[in-house]
Design a protein around this ligand. Structure first.
Ligand code: 9MR
Length: 803
């Protein structure tokens, strides 16, 4: 898929902020060193949830000149505070007065750590904080760009406890010159606390431990299986021969059989067997499957397993809203927060944002937009925050709001669709009682914002749409949107963003027509204007380069726009029926029989939208003469996906050529399932419905990690998705992401400082549920829109269909 090779860190923590320890000061402090004492018995190893992996006894070489703080700070330096360290009872403590904004404003640093890129290390601290405080610990550059080799969030309590962290270094660091390495314990905090430290250590390791999982060997959909659905499980076992299994409910064995050995699954790096429970159609909760002495997590069989998840997946968007206070009475008390970027401070507000000044430089020293800027300011208040960051990006907003509207549109037209389930009063949104389906009210929040991004008539590039708005540099975690004090800029319009607006505004025009004709007309006018502007400026590309030294947002770059043109033409045609749009779509290279292939092993994402457009054309009623061919092409693509899925002992429908998993693999899986949904809706062939449900089994626990990737659903679910405000892992006073939040999922590139410790992992296991692991565990609007679409389908199945 697009742009997985990022030359600059995406959603990275702050860069140019940590204060280096002056080398002379380090030397001066070093003279007070005493020999460290390893003789006292270590306290029981309590590995906090935030530690990356558990740490078996490590016998590597110690890289710090001293590991004990019994006699003072030794070679470490305290910066950002006048508070004086004191030493007692084997520890050095400091009373920090609080009052700082960023974690890195105060810190304890050791400079002079030399490590090799891609080598394995073990970091350990024994420390306390009173009151309990989470601190960020970084191994990285001591100067310059402050690049990070690894990081962890250590939740310190008033009782000293060890925090341990195994990592593979993302970059090389030098002990003496050049990229001098640093261990930094960041102690910035708004509130006062006392920090004490007794031990710190960085040692070499021979190799990383394999990703540990406490999941049972028997992997099931932890939420459950619809009564009339295929029911498959996967068992991790080296046994060569079939094994007996039993299915138990309430202490009784209700079914038994033998497993099917499937060999080693390369996507998981595990030897597995599969179990087929499809014959069991007795509803119940608390089923367990037992094989060879190992029992699965409990699961249900029933007709009503996805309705709550549908509400959750769709309600994810409200607390992502920018520009408005989030009402705890609507979203849940834990999610109440002040409005972000609403011009009330301390954030800078989105009411009057300037364009990026001309001459802003990339890492290559080039002017990012070739001299482009704009006069004045723009009101870009509103919309959804994209992900765990505070940026707002039109092309990702486009696919996300498009899929939300398609969730509703499917319910209008599909044989099993239930528009009532998405009606007014069904979701956790504030717009109840207005007669408008809640899913459309949520979509409108984003559409209104996208309209603000369109250049008005009379200005340079009128009708084009600005690509994005975000901070001038990356912020750290945790940070409420309302506390983001960075300067924000609107970026240059792009043809891609303009076509995105044309597509979703056209779709919105037909869906809002029954509820608000004036808004529908406004949308259609904007869509037509955008279509014409994109035709006049067909190649204004969003670049893949990033600003230097800190981009402050993702690039969402794209230089192949025929698919966006196809999507815009399809939606404009579906709304207007006009010949000009029929011509535009039938002559597009991505149309049936064209030179570009719309479908592939990954159907669609934010930057590859042809398959999504094709499914829209196939499923939304229209009078295109070649509609039968269009529909056949969707069914053929679904057949190809089913064929790939059938090879997978863990049931995934995402089977990329070459095997490597891309960024957002769970989103890619869900969008493949969306094509199966369309195929089922078109012909009612049950195998497509089964393929969707089997794909959800994988997402919800029948996978190599043995976890449900949807917060709040399943026995063991991801809940530390990368987010600056659902940041409970970094600050226990903040919540975890709301129920119904899907994680981006395994990414073979493991591009962030936390997941990079898994380098070389089998694709399904390139994952860790850690807030710092932004390359494998972020939340985004486009992945949750995919979840919402597919889960809404699953919720509609209920008692329907034969097994
Ligand atoms: O989902 C995006 C993925 O397809 C790209 O490869 C990656 C690098 O450009 O960016 C991802 O999008 C991130 C965006 O740039 C910033 N907000 C968070 C998004 C999810 O990680």
């Amino acid at each position: 898929m697009e742009d997985t090779t990022v030359d600059t860190v995406v959603n990275a923590p702050p860069t140019a902020v940590r204060r280096p320890l002056p080398a002379l000061l380090a030397l001066a402090l070093a003279v007070s060193l005493t020999a460290c004492d390893h003789s006292s018995p270590a306290p029981p190893p309590t590995v906090p949830a935030t530690a990356q992996t558990s740490a078996p006894a490590n016998t590597g070489t110690e890289l710090l000149p001293a590991t004990s703080f019994a006699d003072g700070l030794g070679p470490w330096a305290l910066y950002g505070t006048d508070a004086a360290p004191r030493t007692a009872d084997g520890a050095t403590c400091v009373d920090l007065p609080g009052g700082t904004t960023n974690p890195w404003d105060v810190g304890l640093t050791y400079n002079g750590l030399g490590i090799d890129a891609s080598a394995a290390y073990h970091l350990a601290l024994t420390a306390s904080a009173a009151p309990a405080t989470t601190v960020r610990v970084v191994v990285g550059e001591a100067t310059g760009a402050y690049r990070t080799a690894t990081e962890l969030f250590a939740p310190l309590t008033p009782t000293a406890q060890p925090t341990e962290h195994d990592f593979t270094a993302a970059i090389a660091l030098s002990a003496t010159d050049g990229d001098v390495g640093q261990v930094a314990i960041q102690l910035g905090s708004a509130t006062p606390f006392t920090f004490c430290i007794s031990e710190a250590s960085v040692t070499t390791r021979d190799s990383m431990p394999t990703a540990a999982s406490d999941a049972p060997a028997v992997r099931v959909n932890q939420v459950g299986y619809l009564t009339h659905a295929a029911k498959a499980a996967t068992v991790v076992t080296d046994a060569a021969d079939p094994l007996p299994w039993t299915l138990d409910l309430g202490g009784m064995t209700v079914a038994r059989g033998t497993t099917e050995p499937r060999g080693t699954d390369p996507s998981a790096g595990l030897a597995v067997h599969t179990v087929d429970l499809s014959a069991v159609t007795t509803p119940g909760t608390g089923y367990t499957l037992t094989v060879d002495g190992a029992s699965s997590d409990t699961f249900a069989i029933g007709d009503d397993l996805y309705r709550a998840m549908r509400v959750d997946a769709l309600s994810f968007f409200y607390p992502q809203r920018s520009g408005v206070a989030i009402d705890g009475a609507v979203a849940g008390d834990a999610y109440a927060r002040p409005a972000g970027h609403a011009d009330v401070g301390p954030d800078q507000g989105d009411g009057a944002v300037a364009c990026l000044p001309a001459g802003a430089l990339t890492v290559d020293g080039k002017d990012l937009y070739d001299g482009w800027t704009c006069e004045g300011t723009i009101d870009v208040t509103g919309g959804w925050y994209d992900a765990g960051d505070h940026g707002k990006y039109v092309v990702n907003g486009g696919i996300a709001v498009g899929q939300l509207m398609s969730t509703y549109e499917r319910a209008l037209h599909a044989p099993t669709g239930d528009a009532g389930a998405l009606g007014d009063g069904t979701l956790r949104v504030p717009e109840h009682g207005d007669g408008v389906p809640d899913v459309l009210s949520e979509a409108r929040w984003e559409l209104e914002w996208m309209l603000t991004m369109q250049v008005p008539a009379g200005k340079d590039l009128a009708g084009m749409v600005h690509h994005k708005v975000h901070d001038d540099s990356w912020t750290g975690i945790p940070l409420l949107p309302s506390d983001d004090d960075r300067t924000r800029y609107v970026h240059r319009p792009s043809t891609a963003a303009t076509l995105n607006l044309a597509a979703v505004a056209a779709q919105g025009a037909r869906l809002f027509e029954p509820f608000d004709a004036a808004f529908a007309a406004r949308l259609l006018k904007a869509a037509r204007t955008a279509w014409a502007a994109a035709a006049a400026h067909p190649d204004l590309y969003a670049p893949n380069t990033n600003l230097h030294p800190s981009p402050g947002g993702g690039p969402y770059d794209d230089t192949e726009l025929d698919d966006e043109r196809y999507w815009a033409a399809v939606e404009l045609f579906l709304t207007t029926g006009e010949d000009a749009f029929a011509d535009a779509l039938t002559t597009n290279p991505y149309h049936v029989g064209g030179t570009s292939e719309a479908f592939g092993p990954a159907a669609f994402d934010w930057g590859h939208v042809a398959a999504y457009a094709r499914t829209q054309l196939a499923t939304v009623p229209n009078a295109l003469p070649v509609l039968a061919e269009v529909r056949r092409s969707v069914v053929d693509a679904a057949e190809a996906t089913l064929a790939r899925q059938a090879t997978q002992p863990f049931g995934t429908a995402y089977v990329p050529d070459g095997g490597r998993y891309d960024w957002g693999s769970n989103g890619l899986l869900l969008n493949n399932l969306a094509v199966l949904v369309a195929a089922y809706d078109l012909g009612g062939e049950d195998r497509f419905r089964q393929g969707v449900l089997t794909g959800l089994d994988h997402l919800l626990g029948r996978n190599a990690m043995g976890i449900s990737y949807v917060t709040g659903h399943g026995t063991r679910f991801a809940q530390n998705q990368h987010s600056r405000w659902y940041a409970a892992q970094a600050d226990p006073s903040l919540p975890h992401p709301p129920a119904g939040t899907v994680s981006g999922g395994p990414n073979s590139d493991v591009p962030d400082p936390v997941s990079s410790s898994l380098a070389g992992c089998a694709p399904q296991r390139c994952y860790v549920d850690d807030i710092g692991a932004w390359g494998v565990n972020e939340l985004t609007i486009n992945w949750n829109s995919a979840l919402a679409y597919v889960v809404s389908f699953a919720a509609d199945q209920g008692a329907a269909g034969p097994a």
